[in-house]
Design a protein. Sequence first.
Length: 66
Amino acid sequence: MTTRDLAIATREGFRSIEHIKRYTTTGMATDQGKTSNLNALGIVSRTLGKAIPEMGLTTFRMPTHP
């Protein structure tokens, strides 16, 4: 996932950070989104001209254990 992917998602009409997260596969790395989702949120909020609280946060899920 790159910032270009986030730009494409917003151009495609995605506005919900949850939908953008799934469209771009943000948060599917070893950090499980704890860092990357917040960075993506900042980039998307700036792109859309909204404050981060306006955008909302992504849903964090606890990691599973085998």
